[in-house]
Structure formats: structure tokens, C-alpha cells
Design a protein. Structure first.
Length: 155
């Protein structure tokens, strides 16, 4: 396995520039996290689809922002293998709540998903704080390298 990244836009609520998202994720994985061995799929989905996934696979009710599925088998030599499912419409909702542009919120969800694949957990308060600090640092660094607002596709 080498660095394989798939971006699938399966929603129509938000206009996402998939090429820029790919470049941002390749920079995150390779330059910022020094990951060279990965097989990752990022799926942008609607609120309806992520609600179904959330209920079916996690047993949680309602919409959420990001869900990560980790398929890595450490006995097979490591590497990141997984799916990151992002609700693009939820990035708009949460961006309003946090007074930030929705493309920055979308980038945050992608970073959050990768951190889960790297073994970070946010169930306990202490772990959540650590993960949030790392997430904030990575989003800031991505923001220095990319205009994150350009994750919005042109009309």
C-alpha cells in the first residue's frame, strides 16, 4: 500500500472543490503528519445519509458532522486504512454556530477524521482536549499553506 486517497462527493447541499480538498489532504497526510502509507476514502454526504450511517453503524440518533471507519490491520504492517464520512451541510450549520467559514469547518472535520485513524480518541475530557489542541494546530497550519475558503467550488 502506498498513499491512495479517494474523494467522493455524494451530496449537493454544498459546492465543494474536490481537487483542492485532495491537495489539502495530501499535504496533511504527507507533509504535516509524515504518513506515506495510507488508503483513505473521504466521502462527502448529505445530512440524510450521515444520519442513516450514524444510526446503522454507531447506534446514535440524528445527524453528526464526521464519522470515521478504521479498517487498518496492525498485524498486516500498519498504515492508515479507512473511510472518513463528512456531512457537508453540517459544516454550514456548525460554521454559523462557531462564526467561522464553512470550508474551514469542513477542513476541520477531515483533520478530525484523520486523527481518529491515527489512534486519537475524544471520549474522555482529557483526551478530547489533547485531540482538539492537535486538531487546531493542524487546521492553522493548513490555513497557512492553503486558502481554506477556496474549498468552496466556484459557481
Amino acid at each position: 500500500m502506498n498513499g491512495t486517497l479517494s474523494i467522493q462527493n455524494r451530496q449537493r447541499d454544498v459546492r465543494v472543490n474536490a481537487r483542492r480538498l485532495r491537495r489539502m489532504m495530501e499535504t496533511l497526510l504527507g507533509d504535516l503528519l509524515n504518513q506515506r502509507d495510507y488508503e483513505l476514502a473521504i466521502r462527502l454526504v448529505s445530512a440524510t445519509e450521515i444520519t442513516r450511517i450514524n444510526e446503522t453503524y454507531l447506534g446514535h440518533q440524528g445527524v453528526t458532522d464526521v464519522i470515521t471507519f478504521d479498517y487498518a490491520r496492525p498485524e498486516a504492517g500498519g498504515g492508515l486504512v479507512g473511510d472518513i464520512v463528512i456531512c457537508a451541510a453540517e459544516s454550514v450549520v456548525q460554521a454559523r454556530r462557531f462564526h467561522t467559514p464553512w470550508p474551514v469547518e469542513l477542513a476541520r472535520y477531515a483533520v478530525h477524521g484523520v486523527l481518529h485513524l491515527l489512534g486519537h480518541d475524544d471520549r474522555r475530557a482529557r483526551d478530547r482536549r489533547r485531540m482538539k489542541q492537535l486538531e487546531d494546530r493542524l487546521v492553522r497550519e493548513l490555513g497557512r499553506r492553503f486558502d481554506l475558503e477556496q474549498l468552496e467550488a466556484a459557481r
